[in-house]
Design a protein around this ligand. Sequence first.
Ligand code: ZN
Length: 467
Amino acid sequence: MSDALQKLTRNVLGAAAALTLSATPALAQGLVRDTEIEMVMREYTDPLLEAAELEPTAVDLYLVGDMSFNAFVTQGQNIFLHTGLIIRAENPGEIKGVIAHEVGHIELAHLARLQDASRGGMATMMATMGIGLIAALAGAADAGAAIMASAGQFAALDMAQYTRGQEASADQAAIRLLTATGQSGEGLVSTFERLAYQERLSQARRWEYFRSHPLSADRVSALRRNVDASPYRDIPDTPEEIAMLERIQAKIIGFMVPPSQTLSRYPLSDTSIPARYARSVAYFKDGLIDEAEAEIAHLLEAEPENPFFHELLAQVRFESGLIAESIEPSERAVELMPDAPLLQIYLARSLIAEGGEDNLNAAVLHLNRALIFERENSFGWFQKSLAHQALGQNAMAELATAERFYSIGDERQAHLFARRAHDELERGTEAWIRSAEILAVTQPTNREMREWNRVERERRPNFMTQG
Ligand SMILES: [Zn+2]
């Protein structure tokens, strides 16, 4: 592959980050997606990245649907947060502290050094594991889910094993970043103190996190000293931040623990927003749709403009077969939060399932917008292929299928479908060019490489000289 083409591949398709491969399964669960939770985690993370002089848009944030306490970073500036970290936190400061520590590892390039030490084990993981491909918290139980279920590949991800020296310097960086953003490091040290205590109490509770981030008494006491020295030590989380965390904790619990446990943790006597939120999800999971709708009605009464309450209502209806009734709340969610691609993808799903030319065309428009930001969302590509197919636009459906396979790293299938699309699409159109791009980056034949160069020369006369 020429340098110019390699560069283009990176630009067009997103950097395929190199991650350390290992035979040790570090994770069994997949990624989960949720606009609300991602938004809150972004609010915690972005100021810390800026303080570390890292570009927030260059750092991807992923939620791992796993109830154990863990957070880690990988090559290519990816931060992974377990849902278990979020639900175990007693306040936002604890999560921010852990994130600050992980940002510290990125800032100090600890992974780059690890990479040099074990070059033999490197592989371009992103392409093969199709990160970001797992369905939403309450998974999509349709044909799209099958292809998204290659989450097993995620298990091949190995976390870095940091040295004690690296841990100490990441702790120091964390305190520095928290201080630079006017925040307390109390959460970081209190998390470690609490978890270290739990670890000592029970041998069974070996947190994955402390296998990669070795915790010692010295480390905790050094951290405690640093935190106490910060002028912001006693700055508390704002009431808004605390309320928001309680909400997303309730949502995670609702989706990820058995309904009976959710209902005992949030008894009917509790009429707070988090309790109603958790219960509505628990009822939904139990198939008690009327009860779920009743709780959501209370939520919407309290906050009629909350896009996530509308989103949940749409999900409850859609997944209980009330397709037509799911469209209105889904549209409302998109209206209230037009920049959230996942909300658009869910609306498209409802519109496609309902069918009819107007709905299908509207779905394609939503997907086109959403997939600009969600290129790795195989579920979105799957929906787009369904919409085009239903509209009788076969070549476009094939191109969307090529994108779907590409997004999960199945280059062979991506190539196959891109080939079909390319042969059928109208020459020179954007879709035709895109099909050529996929052909060129997925094990192209010599003939396809010549074709690709021709396409690029037509499009950009100095393509091959842009070095
Ligand atoms: Zn660490």
